[in-house]
Design a protein around this ligand. Sequence first.
Ligand code: 6PG
Length: 380
Amino acid sequence: MSISVGPAGQSRDELRGEDRDAPLIPADRLAPFVLVTALFFLWGVPNNFNDILIRQFMKSFEINRLQAGLVQFAFYMGYFLLAMPAAQFMKRAGYKAGILVGLCLFGAGCILFWPAAIIGQYWFFLMALFVIASGLAFLETASSPFIAQLGPPETAAQRLISRITSAKSRAAVCLTGGSSPEGLYRLLAEAPWRNEVPWDRVHWFMGDDRFVPETDPLSNMGMARRLFLDKTGAPRGNIHAIPTNASDPESAANLYQNTLREFYGAEQLDLARPLFDLVLMGVGPDGHTASLFPQSHALDEKNRWVVGVPKAGMEPLVPRVTLTFPALASTREMLFIADGAGKREILRRVFSGEDLPAARAHADGDLVWLLDRAAAPEAR
Ligand code: 6PG
């Protein structure tokens, strides 16, 4: 589904769902796709050679059937012993590095057949087979997830990385709470994504938070810290949490507004110089976004960047602190993430132009909705 008309009055908006007509592999990723697919043949060949090798070894060496069976043993021990370390290695270094290590081991194993043939020792051949199989363990562990990752580029993680890396110096990302971004946050804590974030120059803010300590399970910043910020190289000074330890939500809002203004270096937002590179947003079942609930006065705020929300419009019914529309709009990209069938009805209402907070949200830069197939309302 790809609908080019967004919520009423926002002609630049883009609606992106999972595109049913999109090619499986985008054209610019065809070459890596073909190369990685070719690896499947690469490990099929040595697997089929084992039976031939057993027959040849029985002719060349004085070995019995049991000893000849050690060919299969050496081969599958390679898989057995190396598959888990390969997975651990790729968790840290990424799939591409895994494929390279696999190819090197595979090549080294093949080359070892040369000295093995010169020395004429059976055990040397077995060792060479073990090295080949170790390489294959790396290749087989890396290839399938790597291929799956070559899909269309419109994923939240890719959009985030691309916004961050295209920022000239420091980058500012405004995070969101709720359950929708949890998958994205987990991805950022793992290879290959974590290796692609230049942690030192990214600053992390929060679009809204519940007025609870960060240790409380309801805290949005607490969740972001647990899922990725604390697990990665994000410097502490680059994490700008809403100060929920202030005396009340209103004071917290004022303090956070000062933090934002200090970071931005001015008290007025300039259209040509957005505050954020990326603002993540979610949508609640009542159409709220950030902590901007239907019928709340905060929806009409034009001057303040952050306001206190003494009474939340829905569960969890704790006071909140939220950025306002003008502050959230000051971004190169606003990215809404919504998934699951539970979001379909509210998204239908938002996209049909009903006056709901999520429909009022706008961005000075691009406004992108990233939906999964279950959440996407039928195109009309
Ligand atoms: C919050 C959020 C809120 C959230 C939506 C969607 O603190 O509650 O910032 O705006 O994004 O309610 O929440 P889910 O992703 O859990 O559906």
